[in-house]
Ligand binder design. Structure first.
Ligand SMILES: O=C(O)CCC(=O)C(=O)O
Length: 447
């Protein structure tokens, strides 16, 4: 694992304010200590909060597990009174069930954005929010009320935000956006839940990710820049206020966003494209007509058997290899035609070419001189392989167009979403290899 790095801390003099420059010029998180947050620091006892919020209904995540898992949904969604929420969290010790207030407005379908000034005016009057953005850029303000010990999954938001710690302590772990390829993402969330002792067999690249960590005490504020991954643990019964704002031109944001985490409009096509890149079923068009999905799966097994015998294990190799054979780049003797190879690589979008070259290099080292009659059988699956090749190249062409759209975002954002497109592509490719049989099925190869 990489050594953990600290987050910068700015300590303010008593009367000093936090202006936009303290935060907005920054591209990295920072902790601000010593800002005058007002009466909330003394007033927000559980009794006071329960009296003020009383029987207002709120939605919570409720779980027997302290580490919430959004992907596997190890929690229930429940509606409770604000008073019960505060009671449960403040009286709950670790190992009972864990509650976490969901960030929602008041629409029962969860369609409006949380705004504490509107939804909890009495409590909002107790807190001074630092003026770190222009008012018209405000997106939402959210209560984070949490049982002790609860840990929230690693994710990113698309809005800048500050997390203001009012009661209890929190640990905040960050990973920069540039680590996207090492975090095993599913959408905006990392699959790695136990970030302190990750399963490195399942998630080997996680060990490479640069990790930053800070601890928030009561009165501290941390700036969480858009796209920075964060994982948050409440060390005590905890109350924070989270304020989100938009820092890019407004037309880049999705108007249907309620949480401040929907991907930017120019970034949405790339993901849909990734989804369709390699269809799980053969598309029903003229090139592929007549090939049923069963046949498709059988053929995939054969291709993967064939490539496995060449020690090419991954889905990338399988597909690339077949594409190369189909295009005449790779001969059955394992020879590569350099001219055709250059043309082949040119057909991939720029941002993927380096990666394709790496895979081909590996094919070259492992496959050279080893193609045998099994490989010829790969050739005999031409309609299928042709279909895959078409799907890959059509997909890449659309992907290229999508990558062009990302140019509407600032360079660091563009870079982040290009990485995410690669992830989406790799996920798709590994689905193909997941269709491959286990080794004991290899003898079916000739059936
Ligand atoms: O503090 C928390 O509970 C979560 C904060 C969070 O997810 C965020 O700032 O986006």
């Amino acid at each position: 694992m990489q050594p953990t790095k600290p987050i910068d801390i700015i300590t303010l003099d008593s009367a000093q304010s936090v202006d936009e420059d303290v935060i907005c010029g920054r591209e990295e998180p920072v902790v601000i200590r010593g800002f005058n947050l007002g009466d909330c620091l003394t007033k927000w006892t559980p009794e006071y909060l329960r009296a003020k919020g009383s029987d207002k209904l709120v939605k919570v995540h409720r779980s027997p597990y302290k580490r919430l898992d959004f992907r596997r949904k190890n929690f229930a969604y429940e509606t409770v009174t604000f008073s019960d929420l505060v009671k449960h969290c403040s009286e709950g010790s670790e190992s009972k069930d864990y509650w976490y207030l969901r960030s929602l407005g008041e629409d029962p379908r969860g369609k409006d954005v949380s705004d504490l000034e509107k939804h909890f005016p009495d409590l909002f009057a107790d807190i001074c929010i630092p003026k770190v953005f222009d008012e018209e850029l405000f997106f939402s303000s959210v209560f984070r009320i949490t049982s002790p010990g609860l840990q929230l999954w690693t994710h990113y938001d698309t809005c800048h935000n500050i997390l203001i710690q009012v009661r209890g302590r929190k640990r905040v772990v960050f990973y920069p956006p540039s680590e996207a390829l090492n975090l095993y993402l599913d959408g905006d969330k990392s699959e790695v839940l136990d970030i302190d002792s990750p399963d490195l067999e399942a998630f080997p690249k996680f060990a490479l990710a640069t990790r930053y960590e800070t601890f928030l005490d009561e009165g501290d504020i941390v700036f969480i820049p858009a796209l920075w991954f964060h994982n948050i643990t409440a060390l005590d019964f905890s109350i924070s206020v989270n304020v989100f704002w938009k820092n890019l031109p407004l037309d880049l944001y999705d108007k249907k966003d309620t949480y401040g985490n929907k991907d930017f409009i120019p970034a949405q096509l790339p993901f849909t494209t990734g989804q369709f890149l390699l269809p799980a079923r053969v598309p029903d068009n003229s090139t592929c007509s007549g090939i049923t999905s069963n046949l498709f799966k059988r053929q995939l097994r054969r291709i993967s058997t064939c490539t496995r015998q060449l020690n090419l294990k991954g889905g990338h190799h399988c597909v690339l290899k077949c594409a190369m054979i189909m295009e005449g780049v790779l001969s059955k003797e394992g020879k590569i035609d350099q001219k055709l190879l250059d043309q082949f690589v040119d057909r991939f979008p720029d941002f993927l070419q380096q990666r394709v070259i790496q895979y081909i290099e590996r094919c070259r080292v492992v496959a050279a001189g080893k193609l045998d009659h099994k490989e010829k059988s790969c050739k005999s699956y031409e309609p299928l392989s042709r279909c895959i090749t078409d799907a890959v190249f059509n997909g890449f062409r659309t992907l290229d167009k999508a990558a062009g759209q990302l140019k509407n975002l600032p360079p660091t954002y563009e870079d982040f979403y290009l990485r995410r497109m690669i992830i989406s592509l790799e996920n798709r490719l590994s689905k193909i290899s997941a269709l491959a049989p286990r080794d004991n099925n290899v003898h079916n190869e000739q059936d």
